[in-house]
Ligand binder design. Sequence first.
Ligand SMILES: *[C@@H]1O[C@H](CO)[C@@H](O)[C@H](O)[C@H]1NC(C)=O
Ligand SMILES: *[C@@H]1O[C@H](CO)[C@@H](O)[C@H](O)[C@H]1NC(C)=O
Ligand SMILES: *[C@@H]1O[C@H](CO)[C@@H](O)[C@H](O)[C@H]1NC(C)=O
Ligand SMILES: *[C@@H]1O[C@H](CO)[C@@H](O)[C@H](O)[C@H]1NC(C)=O
Ligand SMILES: *[C@@H]1O[C@H](CO)[C@@H](O)[C@H](O)[C@H]1NC(C)=O
Ligand SMILES: *[C@@H]1O[C@H](CO)[C@@H](O)[C@H](O)[C@H]1NC(C)=O
Ligand SMILES: *[C@@H]1O[C@H](CO)[C@@H](O)[C@H](O)[C@H]1NC(C)=O
Ligand SMILES: CC(=O)N[C@H]1CO[C@H](CO)[C@@H](O)[C@@H]1O
Length: 602
Amino acid sequence: MKGMESHGLLLFPVLLLSLSFASSVAPDSPKNDFTFGAPPPSPPPAAQNTTLEYMDPTLPPLLPTQNPQCTLQVLQREFNGSAQSPPVSFTYTPPANCPSPWSRVILELSGSASDVQKDCIAAIWIAGAEILRTSTPFAMSPSIFWHVHKDVTRYTALLRRPTGFSMMLLNDSNGTLPGVYSVNVSLHFYRGAVGRLAAHPIIHGLYREPADLIIPISRAAVEAAAGTGYWFRITNETDVRTRTVLIPNNTYRAVLEVFVSHHGDDEYWYANPLRSNDAAVTGGDGLASKKPNGGFRQVVATIDGKYVGSAVPFPVIAPGSVNPFFWAPVAAIGAYDHPSYDLELTPFVGKLLDGKPHEFGLTVKESQPYWLVNANLHLWLDAWSDAVQGDLVRYKVPPLRLARQADWKNAEGKSEMEGQVIIRFSGWVSSSEGNITTSVRHKLKFKSHVEVEEKGEMKSVEMETKARTNLRIEKDHEVVARVVVETEVPLNLVTVNSNGGGGSRIRKTKLTHEMMEARSATEGRAGEWFSTITDRQDSEGSVLVGEDGEVVWGSGNTKSSYKFRDDKKCYLRTVNMVGGKVEEDEESSSCAAAGVTAAMDS
Ligand SMILES: *[C@@H]1O[C@H](CO)[C@@H](O)[C@H](O)[C@H]1NC(C)=O
Ligand SMILES: *[C@@H]1O[C@H](CO)[C@@H](O)[C@H](O)[C@H]1NC(C)=O
Ligand SMILES: *[C@@H]1O[C@H](CO)[C@@H](O)[C@H](O)[C@H]1NC(C)=O
Ligand SMILES: *[C@@H]1O[C@H](CO)[C@@H](O)[C@H](O)[C@H]1NC(C)=O
Ligand SMILES: *[C@@H]1O[C@H](CO)[C@@H](O)[C@H](O)[C@H]1NC(C)=O
Ligand SMILES: *[C@@H]1O[C@H](CO)[C@@H](O)[C@H](O)[C@H]1NC(C)=O
Ligand SMILES: *[C@@H]1O[C@H](CO)[C@@H](O)[C@H](O)[C@H]1NC(C)=O
Ligand SMILES: CC(=O)N[C@H]1CO[C@H](CO)[C@@H](O)[C@@H]1O
């Protein structure tokens, strides 16, 4: 990831140094007490193990007792982190020995790094539609490895026939680090009954059955292959990237799934203070964007220039961000499987069924360079009809007004941004399934508070996003299904800079980050179901920055707690990482232990 250089810290020395610490520091050296203002902690046992598994402690996507019908290794490749690599592209062929239909398809990515290397952002696309956005770990020692599992059943429409498969790793390294990433990608195909567990904090898909057709809203294949990859690189909010799409006449349902990641000047958007444009960003900790325009970003989708949906992205913390020692070996929430955002577009289907092409647009509000954004348009087709009809009957989209408040005096002060909005639209689609009206109500509440004290040496960031989407599906004036998706994302970050002696600086950081998602649905005879996920991390630690801006050493502790619960199962995993060492890793499927409240009012 970029960002560390942009505020004057050079990361490669710490990587090399951490190796020499490895031999000189006992693996069980005492835990670093985190107290602001205390003398610098002793050097940590940063990378005492030469083969180390990096991990994302979430839910296994399938119960371990189930075996796939077949497994297809689709890619085995080395990516030299120190070189600019265009996407790797080739033809994917579905497995001959177990043709579709599949009840479940799981993607498995296994990676390793030969040596120290910075983290990269990476993606996998099939026919130009993204199926995974991921970060590689920030390899602090040679021979680290990691695995990513993702349920990709919702992309079945793309996996059924031979088509283009691409993967790209985008680096920011300037050629000084030796590490080469080896990546294997396999697909596991399942048949027969499998559990309904989803792999990720953000459960993928509003609907259970996969779409019949997926149209990518991404860069053209020629540009992608020429080296850019399929993602759009968005640099500001007027930078709206579009793709013209003609949808089939028998489309009866549509969902736009958006993938985003934040980079460069916006790597720390969530910690960005709000100041007048000519004022310098305070704090000097580098954890802010270039322009102090505040900590609010929103990815927005349009059709023919008109708003159709949006999401405040979950701030995925890249493995090299904040303090790289927090994320070795426990990845930040979502880093290995970035959440995507489902925008329900069914109410607009009627407008798209005029036999004409329409322009789908994507941008990021308030963005600074740069964001990597693309989307998949999931379409469900009516097999029994060639001409479905529909219309949009309600469209209430008030602008999101943010209250902005800033109070600064030189380096010190605080700023606040706050806002909420309720958006409603509804439309009917008449197909062989009947005349169905889909109504969407989306409520968003956002708050960001950034405070800088002690002549710019201490910064506190508090951010919270709450969103709730209600979906009502009616047939013949009767409600046949309701879905409620609720998310809450609080983030708390405190950094303190102090004098480390000899011109060096110590930066201490304390971070709390959480993703909560609750879903419930009532579907006619299928009855009711719910699921709740709470994924939380508490990290603390410090880095010592030398006179010349180089990180001399660092340390970090992360406590990670993941809880999943639905109407049938529970799963709980707690990982406690102290100074780069996993001291505790507990799993449980006891619902009492998971104790997640399933309370869902509507
Ligand atoms: C290093 O880590 C691996 C896997 O995490 C573990 O199996 C091994 O015992 C560790 N080795 C040492 C010397 O700690
Ligand atoms: C990786 O790329 C760098 C820069 O292009 C090059 O110097 C190095 O030899 C490459 N490493 C491998 C293992 O190919
Ligand atoms: C990739 O697969 C090959 C062959 O199956 C194996 O030797 C190698 O260790 C794998 N690499 C990773 C990173 O899993
Ligand atoms: C890479 O970046 C570092 C730090 O910015 C710099 O010292 C070094 O000269 C750069 N190397 C190359 C090959 O550009
Ligand atoms: C916004 O981005 C576009 C595309 O990169 C660029 O042409 C334009 O100058 C940018 N506008 C501002 C205000 O930076
Ligand atoms: C789809 O509908 C439009 C307008 O109703 C019509 O012009 C077009 O021929 C139809 N396309 C197909 C493939 O049936
Ligand atoms: C479908 O239902 C809507 C709302 O009840 C109604 O306005 C529309 O005319 C109906 N369409 C058809 C084709 O029956
Ligand atoms: C996107 C990016 O930062 N790519 C860099 C990867 O590394 C090469 C070689 O050092 C640079 O030229 C690219 O700019």
